[in-house]
Design a protein around this ligand. Structure first.
Ligand code: 4G0
Length: 243
């Protein structure tokens, strides 16, 4: 997967390119990142990349011409008619399904804005999708873009050795994960659920599913609403309250 990134601060992306699973995906050639800095497309001697909003008010916007030229250059380099994604608090909220869809694209361009965002006409002319990572504002689109890159990368086949662990993760089946425990058996007097030591694989699977259902209903009932419950799952959920 090739990702073109339009950003005033390309060095920030070392957080994904130099560490962990994303670094390995780059090394293996399963992921590649390429950068376009609007500052390199600025036309004046000060290399200006911000501009005042029409109508006045506080804050600045990204200057249209350098940003547009950088986006068009990135898109050209992709070699395909790839989607251009703009990270903004006004976007559609990202979720597992969106990342799954993006992770199957062979090329994407991500636009990371600064200041108070970009001119609406650019959204109409060069942006295909406006995506938000959640209902809060940060100082630039770079961290939101990195979250998408990281989340997509682990869904690319061959990136994570154990695809089963990816499958088991939260949201792949629309539920939160069950509680997890590792050694030692007792931590400061705190034990672990007996069933996990029983060796009864069916009982363990049932317990885990029941916990996942129970905490999803307690913490994220919206997820259950979207997903629905089978007869078997309703039975496990009733058992959860009697625990
Ligand atoms: C566009 C995305 C981009 C507009 C970007 C800020 C949060 C997200 C930015 C603004 C971002 C998110 C209107 C302040 C850059 N912050 N939730 N910051 N405004 O995905």
């Amino acid at each position: 997967m090739w990702i073109g990134i339009v950003s005033l601060f390309p060095d920030m992306f070392q957080a994904v390119s130099n560490f962990g699973i994303t670094r390995r995906a780059l090394d293996k050639g399963l992921l590649s990142l390429e950068f376009w800095n609007p500052r390199d497309y600025a036309s004046d001697s000060h290399r200006t990349v911000d501009d005042k909003p029409y109508g006045g008010g506080p804050g600045m916007l990204m200057k249209v011409q350098p940003l547009k030229d950088a986006i068009v250059a990135a898109k050209m380099k992709s070699g395909t008619n790839c989607s251009v994604i703009y990270l903004s608090p006004q976007g559609r909220k990202a979720d597992h399904e969106l990342l799954l869809r993006f992770s199957t694209e062979q090329a994407l361009v991500l636009v990371a804005g600064r200041y108070e965002g970009i001119d609406e006409r650019l959204i109409e002319s060069v942006i295909d999708e406006e995506v938000s990572i959640g209902d809060f504002v940060v100082t630039g689109g770079e961290l939101p873009a990195m979250l998408l890159i990281d989340g997509m990368t682990r869904l690319i086949p061959g990136v994570v050795g154990d695809m089963e662990s990816v499958q088991r993760d939260s949201f792949t089946d629309g539920l939160l994960n069950c509680p997890q425990y590792t050694r030692p058996e007792i931590v400061d007097g705190q034990t672990i659920p007996d069933v996990l030591l029983s060796g009864d694989h069916q009982a363990i699977a049932n317990w885990r599913k029941m916990q996942a259902l129970g905490r999803t209903r307690d913490r994220r009932p919206d997820l259950l609403g979207k997903r629905g419950l089978s007869e078997e799952e309703q039975k496990l959920l009733r058992l959860y309250q009697t625990q």
